[in-house]
Ligand binder design. Structure first.
Ligand SMILES: [Zn+2]
Length: 184
């Protein structure tokens, strides 16, 4: 049985790599919620992100979680004005370098083509490359942790005044607004 991907994952982050880090929610809570609970969940998430793979092994899942947490820690360090841990940078660069995905124009849309030999490694390479682009890009000063209740998710604040506080207006922004209304 396949689950509805949008019920399981939050897919609304504009930055692909940060959307991937959102597969753990309530990061600032005492018990963060892991949504990549098994290999099928990772396959589902990749498919929803346009990175179709037929199979995910337990090792793939372990690599994916390792990459995800490295991205999250580097992004949070940058948001706090700190230097990322060299080991996290090493994980990110290694996974990016190992990928063999090619981008192609398919039906007027950009799509990823993965190899048949290492499709999951290629997909993780795409995510790592996207992370590098943002974490080391000209807008790196706009990387923030969400201020939503217990969220702490990463997002890129592209607002003109650079004053966005939530990873998404529809979820965390709304929750914060509602709690303000009930409090007053
Ligand atoms: Zn949030």
């Amino acid at each position: 049985m396949t689950e509805d991907v949008r019920r399981v994952f939050r897919m609304d982050n504009e930055v692909l790599a940060f959307r991937f880090t959102a597969t753990v929610s309530d990061r600032a809570d005492r018990t963060p919620r892991e949504r990549l609970t098994d290999t099928e969940r990772l396959r589902m998430w990749l498919e929803a992100a346009g990175l179709d793979v037929a199979d995910v092994s337990p090792t793939d899942l372990k690599d994916a979680v390792e990459l995800r947490e490295a991205i999250y820690r580097i992004g949070s360090a940058i948001a706090a004005g700190e230097r990322p841990e060299p080991n996290d940078v090493r994980i990110l660069n290694t996974i990016a370098a190992a990928g063999h995905a090619k981008v192609a124009l398919d039906n007027e849309r950009a799509g990823w083509h993965l190899t048949q030999t290492t499709p999951v490694g290629d997909a993780l390479g795409v995510l790592a490359t996207d992370a590098i682009r943002v974490l080391g890009g000209p807008d790196r000063g706009r990387i923030k942790n969400c201020e939503g209740p217990a969220c702490a998710g990463l997002f890129l604040d592209t607002s003109r005044g650079a004053n966005r506080r939530w990873c998404s207006m529809n979820t965390c922004g709304n929750k914060a607004k509602k709690s303000r209304i009930t409090a007053s």
